[in-house]
Design a protein around this ligand. Structure first.
Ligand code: F6P
Length: 543
C-alpha cells in the first residue's frame, strides 16, 4: 500500500475548493432542482437499497471523492487486503477475515482459505453434534445453555449476531459474560443449571485479564456444583494460543484454533462465532458467511461510484474532514439490531482511532469517526431532539428491513412510517412560516405565536443515508456487517493509518495491572493526589 498523505493530493485540494460552495448546499432545493436525484444517488445491490441522496453532496462531489480514492491507490490497497499481504504492518500480519467466508481455495489466499475451511468444518461438526444430542453434558443430558466468556471482539460480534438472529435461534439459550465484574458473573450463574451448560471461553490470546478471571471463577463454581471430572465435557475454548488453553485445563480436542491473520474485532466469522453457531445452527451460520461473501464480491468488483462500502466511506471523509462533523449516528429500525451500534463502536473506533500515519508521522488532519446509536423508534424519544434542533452536524445511517419477521402489519407499518418520516423531516426541517401556520392552526394567539415560533423552527438540511434491506436473514446480516468492515478499510486507506492494530487498548491492559498490585497490597504512594484519595476511599469502604 502506498503511504500518501491525503491532504497532499490534487483531489483533496479540489475537494477543499469544492467545499467552499458545497458548505451552503441545500438538500431540499437539490431535490426540487433535480427530479432524478434519488435515482442517481441510490445503489441497488442484491436485497440492499442504499439511498445516498439525502446527503450533502452533488454528483460532482461524488466524482471528486472518487478521485481522492483513486489518488490514494484504493484499487491497489483492496488487492493487497484480499490477497493477504501484511497490511497490518505494525503487528506484521495479514488481514484476512475475508478468507473465512471464501469458498475459493484456489485463490491467492489458498492455504489460508483451506485452513479456514478446515477449522470451520471442525466447528460445524461440534455444533451439529451438540445440537443433535451426540455430544452431551457429563450426565448424558442434552445441553440447553451456552455461556460465552470473552471480551472485545470475542464478545461484541457474537452477542450482536445472537441478538439479531433471535428469529433463527434453536432451543439453546445463550448468555454472554464479558466484563470482569463479579456481580455480573453472579447474575448469570443464577440463571443457569451447571449440569446442562456448555461454557465457551473465547480469547484469541488466552491472556486477557477479564476472560481469564471470569473463566477461573466459573470453573471453580462449576467444580463445586458438579465435579472436576466434568470440566472436560463442559468447557471448550477458542484461541490462537492453544498451549495456554491446554494449561488452563481445556481438553485439547475441545480447543478450536483461530488464526493470527484474523483481528479480534473482525473475528465473528471464525471459530469466535462458536457460541452463535451453537445457538443458530451451522446452516444459519453458513448463511452469515455467504452474505458476507456477497458483500466481499461486490466490494472487490464494483466501480467506486456504485460501490456501497466505498461510497459510505467517502461520505464519512467528506463530513469528517470538510464539514468537521465529529460523530455519526447509526439508527437501526429494529430491536434485533439493538447491539449493532455497540459492535460498530469497537469495529470502527478501535480501527480508525489513530493519530500516527503509515509513515509514523502525526497526522495533520482528522481521522476516526465517533459512532453511536440506538434502535428507532426508541431513539426518537431520546436523543433525536439534538439531531433535529441541536447545533451539531451528525450524519446518520438509518437501517431498516422492509419485511418483518412476524405478521403484525399494524406495528410494521408504524415502525416504517417513523423510519421514512424521520429522514424526510431531518432534511426538510420546518421554516418560520410553516411553524407560524402550525401555531395558528392550533388556535394560538398572535402574541403566543411570536413567543413560541423560535422554538418551533427546525433548520433541516441534516444529512442521512437510508439503508433499506429486503429482510433480516443470516445472509443479509452477514452482508451488512461486511459492508461496514469494508467501509472501515477504505477510510483507513485514505486517512493513511493502520486500521488493524490497537495499541491504545493494549496500554489500558497494562495500566490496570499496576494499580491492581497497589490495591492488593494497600499501597497508595506513587500516584497523584486524586488517584491516591480514590484508592484510600475504595479501601476504607471495603475493609
Ligand atoms: O479490546 C482489545 C482487544 O485486544 C481486542 O482487539 C480483542 O478483541 C479483545 O481485546 C479481546 O482479546 P482476546 O480475544 O485475546 O481475549
Amino acid at each position: 500500500m502506498k503511504n500518501t498523505n491525503p491532504t497532499s493530493t490534487e483531489a483533496w485540494k479540489a475537494l477543499a475548493d469544492h467545499y467552499k460552495t458545497a458548505k451552503n448546499f441545500n438538500l431540499k432545493e437539490a431535490f426540487q432542482n433535480n427530479p432524478d436525484r434519488a435515482k442517481e444517488l441510490t445503489i441497488h445491490e442484491g436485497g440492499f437499497y442504499v439511498d445516498l441522496s439525502k446527503n450533502l453532496i452533488l454528483k460532482e462531489t461524488q466524482h471528486k471523492l472518487v478521485a481522492l480514492a483513486n489518488e490514494c491507490d484504493l484499487t491497489e490497497a483492496i488487492e493487497s487486503y484480499f490477497n493477504g499481504e501484511k497490511i497490518n504492518a505494525t503487528e506484521n500480519r495479514a488481514v484476512l477475515h475475508t478468507a473465512l467466508r471464501t469458498d475459493q481455495t484456489h485463490s491467492k489466499v489458498g492455504e489460508n482459505a483451506k485452513a479456514a475451511i478446515a477449522s470451520k468444518e471442525k466447528m460445524f461438526a461440534f455444533v451439529d453434534a451438540v445440537n443433535n444430542g451426540q455430544i452431551t453434558a457429563a450426565n448424558g443430558k442434552k445441553f440447553d445453555t451456552v455461556v460465552n466468556i470473552g471480551i472485545g471482539g470475542s464478545d461484541l460480534g457474537p452477542v450482536m449476531i445472537y441478538e439479531a438472529m433471535q428469529a433463527y435461534k434453536n432451543e439453546l439459550t445463550l448468555h454472554f459474560i464479558s466484563n470482569v465484574e463479579g456481580d455480573h458473573v453472579e447474575e448469570v450463574l443464577k440463571k443457569i443449571h451447571p449440569e446442562t451448560t456448555l461454557f465457551v471461553i473465547v480469547s484469541k490470546s488466552f491472556g486477557t485479564q477479564e476472560t481469564l478471571t471470569n473463566s477461573t471463577t466459573i470453573r471453580n463454581w462449576f467444580t463445586n456444583k458438579v465435579n472436576a471430572a466434568a470440566v472436560a465435557k463442559h468447557f471448550i475454548a477458542v484461541s490462537s494460543n492453544v498451549q495456554r488453553a491446554v494449561d488452563f485445563g481445556i481438553d485439547q480436542k475441545n480447543i478450536f484454533p483461530m488464526f493470527d491473520w484474523v483481528g479480534g474485532r473482525f473475528s465473528l466469522w471464525s471459530t469466535v462465532g462458536m457460541s452463535v453457531a451453537l445457538g443458530i445452527g451451522s446452516k444459519n451460520f453458513q448463511g452469515l458467511l455467504d452474505g458476507a461473501q456477497e458483500m466481499d464480491t461486490h466490494f472487490k468488483n464494483t466501480s467506486f461510484d456504485k460501490n456501497i462500502p466505498v461510497q459510505l466511506a467517502l461520505l464519512t471523509i467528506w463530513y469528517n474532514n470538510f464539514f468537521e462533523a465529529q460523530s455519526e449516528a447509526v439508527i437501526p429500525y429494529t430491536q434485533y439490531l439493538h447491539r449493532f451500534p455497540a459492535y460498530l463502536q469497537q469495529a470502527i473506533m478501535e480501527s480508525n482511532g489513530k493519530s500516527a500515519d503509515r509513515n509514523g508521522n502525526r497526522v495533520n488532519y482528522e481521522t476516526g469517526n465517533i459512532v453511536w446509536g440506538e434502535p428507532g423508534t426508541n431513539s426518537q424519544h431520546a436523543f433525536f431532539q439534538l439531531l433535529h434542533q441541536g447545533t451539531k452536524l451528525i450524519p446518520a445511517h438509518f437501517i431498516a428491513f422492509a419485511k418483518a419477521k412476524y405478521n403484525h402489519p399494524d406495528h410494521h407499518n408504524k415502525l416504517m412510517a417513523n423510519f421514512f418520516a424521520q429522514t424526510e423531516a431531518l432534511m426538510n426541517g420546518k421554516t418560520k412560516k410553516e411553524a407560524k401556520e402550525d401555531l395558528t392552526n392550533s388556535g394560538k394567539s398572535s402574541t403566543e405565536i411570536e413567543k413560541l415560533v423560535p422554538f418551533k423552527v427546525f433548520e433541516g438540511n441534516k444529512p442521512t443515508t437510508t439503508i433499506l434491506i429486503d429482510e433480516l436473514t443470516p445472509q443479509s446480516l452477514g452482508k451488512l456487517v461486511a459492508m461496514y468492515e469494508h467501509k472501515i478499510f477504505v477510510e483507513g486507506v485514505i486517512w493513511n493509518i493502520y486500521s488493524y492494530d490497537q495499541w491504545g487498548v493494549e496500554l489500558g491492559k497494562v495500566l490496570a495491572d499496576a494499580i491492581l498490585n497497589d490495591i492488593e497490597h494497600s499501597k497508595y504512594d506513587g500516584h497523584d493526589s486524586s488517584t491516591k484519595a480514590l484508592l484510600q476511599k475504595f479501601y476504607s469502604l471495603n475493609n
